[in-house]
Design a protein around this ligand. Structure first.
Ligand code: MLT
Length: 204
């Protein structure tokens, strides 16, 4: 998978795994990483599924309707790559925090839903429920930040409540931050994520 890795400059800082939204690239969320933790190593990945030329992390059948088989396949594929990159770049595989927006938040959520210990925590900007009807792995104590829009046309508040319920049901510690700017990732939402991150992972 196309990606970039930037070493950090703080001992013990987690690796920020950046996952862009539909149509993005591995460069999109680099400014966001600077807000979250400018001292952390960054591993930013480009989705390897194309929808009319737009990179994504898994296929969808329609807006908001995921191709579940592909979702599971791509989730495992990303997981395997993470394990390999940890060896290649020499980072602590147990200390990776996902930072995803929209489609990238959905693949990050899918990692949490499908693979035990895939992430040390996650910042999910405007995520959906990645999959229903499965038992989640043990997420006891995993910190998860959700940035959501009260008027998000892609992810209505009910879906955010459902996602929080499912994650908390598996033991995760979830914090939801609400905004009123639809599906947009605003500077105030990024700041809220950064403040939450510093509480759980230091830095700043
Ligand atoms: C998805 O397909 O992951 C969601 O609809 C978000 C997006 O538009 O990418």
């Amino acid at each position: 998978m196309k990606h970039l890795f930037q070493p950090g400059r703080r001992e013990g800082a987690p690796v920020l795994l950046l996952l862009h939204g539909t149509g993005g690239t591995e460069r999109d969320l680099l400014p966001l990483a600077q807000v979250i933790d400018p001292t952390a190593p960054v591993l930013s990945v480009r989705g390897n599924v194309l929808e009319n030329g737009m990179p994504r992390f898994f296929r969808r059948l329609a807006e908001g309707v995921f191709d579940e088989e592909d979702l599971v396949f791509r989730t495992n594929e990303l997981y395997e790559h993470l394990n390999a990159w940890a060896g290649e770049y020499g980072f602590d595989r147990g200390n990776v925090v996902a930072v995803g927006y929209s489609n990238g938040a959905n693949i990050a959520g899918s990692l949490l839903f499908h693979v035990e210990d895939s992430l040390a925590g996650a910042i999910l900007h405007h995520p959906m429920v990645p999959r229903r009807g499965i038992e989640l792995p043990d997420l006891t104590g995993k910190p998860v930040f959700i940035g959501a829009g009260r008027n998000d046309p892609i992810c209505p508040p009910e879906e955010t409540y459902e996602l929080r319920r499912l994650l908390e049901g598996a033991g995760a510690e979830v914090e939801v931050h609400w905004e009123d700017y639809g599906h947009r990732l605003t500077p105030t939402e990024a700041e809220a994520a950064a403040a939450w991150y510093r509480q759980h992972f230091g830095g700043g």
